[in-house]
Design a binder for this molecule. Structure first.
Ligand SMILES: Nc1ccn([C@@H]2O[C@H](COP(=O)(O)OP(=O)(O)OP(=O)(O)O)[C@@H](O)[C@H]2O)c(=O)n1
Ligand SMILES: C[C@](O)(CO)[C@H](O)COP(=O)(O)O
Length: 263
């Protein structure tokens, strides 16, 4: 596995969603997790990585000022850039992608090449709503992408997969149909996480070809080009804060981690 050069990764944090399933008036990314906005946890983990040269936050216009204020509390705040997100997650990612390499990442002496900041070669798209991403998972996905040019974190499906279909019996609204079993072995089923990491040219090409057909993650756009995407097993606790109860789970997980790290 090859390692990525210092400062060669641009992280895109899509943070412009409406959080409708979370149900708060304000952006769910400002919900507090161990006393600070939940988006700041992954942002700090990522900006502290030597591979990461810059972070582009895609935000809604109404949240821009609040993100600008809060990012000043993070290390290397000069390496952050805020762009305006869009209606779909892919629009937010596209807006940030357009700014990669337009933002000269300040380089420390050891990162500068001929006195210039390192050029970005890789893009890691990470949901700002996933606060608990582990350095060990980042090590793994960064190591894989150097070889495959496209790699995502994912976890195996653990339950029985059902599909809802209109009720025949006239009783409930929907009835369930099991989709794993003989025809669909769930051992091959994974749930995609983030970061999803790509060579800059590859993800740019994928987004140039994107004609708006919905895609809930970035890997799907690369797959549509026929380019393989490596699945890298990730920790089950790299959860996305979608519903209010997810925040309670994240709080408990983070408390446990901090307790273990202080032992
Ligand atoms: N137009 C959008 C939609 C989503 N996101 C971001 O993509 C990540 C994953 O999306 P999700 O968890 O679905 O967030 P929301 O779209 O806000 O949630 P919901 O679907 O419940 O409205 C989040 O960090 C969210 O802010 C974004 O940047 N732009
Ligand atoms: C990108 C993603 O995290 C992969 O599982 C997920 O699709 C984003 O959340 P959404 O609810 O689909 O917008």
């Amino acid at each position: 596995m090859t390692s990525l050069s210092p400062g060669s990764v641009a992280v895109i944090l899509p943070a412009a969603g409406s959080g409708s399933r979370f149900g708060d008036e304000e952006n769910k990314l400002f919900a507090l997790l161990r006393g600070r906005s939940l988006w700041m946890h992954a942002a700090e983990t990522l900006i502290r990585r030597q591979e990461v040269g810059q972070i582009l936050l895609a935000v809604a216009p109404c949240d821009r000022e609040r993100f600008e204020q809060q990012l000043l509390e993070l290390p290397h705040s000069d390496r952050f850039r805020i762009v305006e997100g869009g209606d779909q997650r892919s629009d937010s990612v596209a807006a940030a992608l357009a700014e990669v390499n337009r933002m000269p990442a300040p380089a420390t002496d050891e990162e500068a090449v001929d006195g210039l900041p390192p050029r970005i070669e890789w893009v890691a798209v990470h949901d700002a709503a996933r606060p608990l991403v582990r350095d060990s998972d980042l090590d793994a996905v960064f190591a894989h992408v150097g070889h495959s040019r496209a790699a995502i974190l994912a976890t195996p499906v653990t339950g029985t997969l059902k599909r809802s279909c209109p009720a025949i019996s006239g009783g409930s609204l929907f009835e369930s149909e099991t989709i794993n079993g003989i025809t669909f072995d769930r051992r091959g089923m994974w749930v995609a996480q983030t970061p999803q990491v790509f060579h800059l040219d590859l993800i740019r090409q994928a987004y140039q070809r994107h004609r708006g057909r919905s895609a809930t993650d970035d890997a799907e756009l690369v797959e549509r080009m026929g380019h393989p995407v490596a699945l890298v097993p990730g920790a089950a606790d790299n959860l996305k804060i979608t519903y209010p109860e997810d925040l309670l789970v994240a709080e408990a997980l983070l408390s446990e981690r901090l307790k273990n790290s202080s032992r």
